[in-house]
Design a protein around this ligand. Structure first.
Ligand code: PLP
Length: 443
């Protein structure tokens, strides 16, 4: 059976020579899925939850859906209409887009404790802006953080003190090569929702820190008491509390998951899905902190183009109108049930975690890396892009969910049989995939 065309293997070969790492995102490197050259890597078209590889093969996307950028589905008609209109009328000029102001008003209305907004285009750069603002406001250098916040120097510096410092924060093993050594000791990690770290690390260091940075939720929402204590510590020691909603935003509700916790930060950062896949991000916060942007230097030409704010307006309005979060929670619950049932029917032990729209699973076997590689390999043969994570999408409909369910049942059954025989390594078409993401846990 022809499983892949020469075309994408050829392109990937060229990419390997020309583009270090092939993709500009760690999570889209083919090796993060499969290492046998069968992962399609490149796409021709994407619509809803379907992706067509460059050889024309149609796939259902039940993986991380482009790291969670497009919750309305790929190439949403309304966002596309806005984008085309913007391109036709000039997406950038010497003057600024008025959509900036309309979007700022809408975001402030939805986050009424915030007074000012700045816009950027990617998550990592927006977090770097938030860190700069907090440092400028407090006059302090050190940062307390938990979670993943991008690739910039301020964040990677965490691994100077111990190479393992970032291991509990999504991406283990990140290297500090190229990061100025002078940043050593400027950033202190703590574990999410962990009361021991709250006392021993956060409370102890807060008075010397510019900011406490965290994702208000990733694998789970934190305990209410815990988040209230974090807020109190930030108040007491005058640290800027920054919530990174780059992944958690527009999953459980419209905007930030922090609203469920009823604890406001001093700054909140949105990115990723804010414009359904069109590059856009926003930093919102109290005027006294945000106004530091006038004293320090924060500026970039492409933060002034029009596609981002115009598409964000279309996305946010549509998200609210269709009550998209309800559907995302429903889909996430369905997917979790599919995994649970498939595991039960096949006598496999499974751990399921994550908030419903960002669900993940782990089958308890002797060799999880080999098992997840096999799962991805076999799902791909059924034309499904899959991983141990499924980011729920508005366009994951009954038809696609049934296709996914049937495929999971079949592949879990194969895993169960192979597990009994102990032949998982023999069943792989290539080497075990790269393992990259750690789950954000209390441990
Ligand atoms: C919570 C969080 N912060 C920051 C980032 C970095 O965003 P970007 O990849 O757009 O730079 C990510 C990306 O996954 C994220 O999940």
């Amino acid at each position: 059976m022809k499983r892949y065309s020469l075309d994408f293997t050829k392109i990937t070969k060229s990419a390997n020579k020309l583009i270090p790492g092939v993709s500009q995102l760690l999570g889209k490197r083919p090796d993060m899925y499969l290492k046998d050259n069968s992962w399609p890597t490149y796409y021709k078209k994407a619509k809803g939850v379907n992706i067509w590889g460059i050889d024309g093969t149609k796939y259902y996307d039940f993986s991380m859906m482009s790291a969670g950028t497009s919750v309305l589905g790929y190439a949403d008609n309304d966002v596309n209409k806005t984008a085309i209109k913007v391109i036709k009328s000039g997406s950038i000029s010497t003057l600024n887009p008025p959509e900036d102001v309309e979007l700022a008003k809408l975001l402030i209305k939805d986050n009424p404790w915030a007074e000012n907004v700045k816009f950027a285009r990617t998550g990592g750069e927006s977090m770097a802006i938030a860190v700069r603002l907090a440092r400028a406001y407090t006059g302090r250098d050190k940062i307390l953080f938990c979670g993943y916040h991008g690739w910039h120097d301020w964040y990677l510096a965490a691994n100077f003190k111990s190479k393992k410092n970032l291991n509990f924060h999504l991406l283990p093993g990140l290297k500090t090569l190229g990061v100025p050594k002078g940043l050593k000791g400027t950033i202190i990690p703590f574990r999410f929702n962990n009361s021991e770290d709250l006392e021993k690390i956060v409370r102890k260091n807060a008075k010397n820190c510019a900011a406490i940075i965290m994702e208000p939720c990733r694998e789970e929402l934190p305990d209410k008491k815990y988040i209230l204590k974090i807020r109190k510590i930030a108040n007491k020691y005058k640290c800027v509390l920054i919530f990174d909603e780059i992944t958690s935003g527009w999953r459980l509700n419209s905007g930030g998951a922090y609203k469920i916790l009823k604890v406001n930060p001093d700054l909140v950062v949105y990115g990723k899905t804010i414009a359904n896949g069109i590059p856009m991000s926003a930093i919102l916060g109290k005027k006294k902190i945000m106004s530091q942007a006038l004293k320090t230097f924060i500026s970039s030409v492409f933060w002034t183009e029009k596609l981002g704010p115009a598409c964000a307006l279309t996305f946010i309005k549509k998200y609210k109108k269709l009550k998209v979060s309800k559907k995302l929670i429903y889909v996430g619950k369905r997917v979790k049930k599919i995994w649970k049932k498939a595991a039960m029917l096949n006598n496999l032990k499974i751990e399921i975690s994550g908030i419903d729209p960002l669900a993940s699973f782990k089958i308890i076997t002797d060799n999880w890396p080999a098992t997840i590689t096999y799962f991805i390999q076999e799902m791909l043969k059924l034309k499904i892009l899959a991983s141990d994570k499924c980011y729920a999408n508005y366009k994951h409909d009954e038809k696609s969910l049934k296709i996914y369910e049937k495929a999971c049942n079949l592949v879990f059954n194969k895993i169960s049989l192979i597990h009994k025989k102990g032949t998982i390594l023999k069943e792989l078409d290539g080497p075990i995939k790269e393992m990259g993401f750690n789950r954000l846990t209390k441990k």
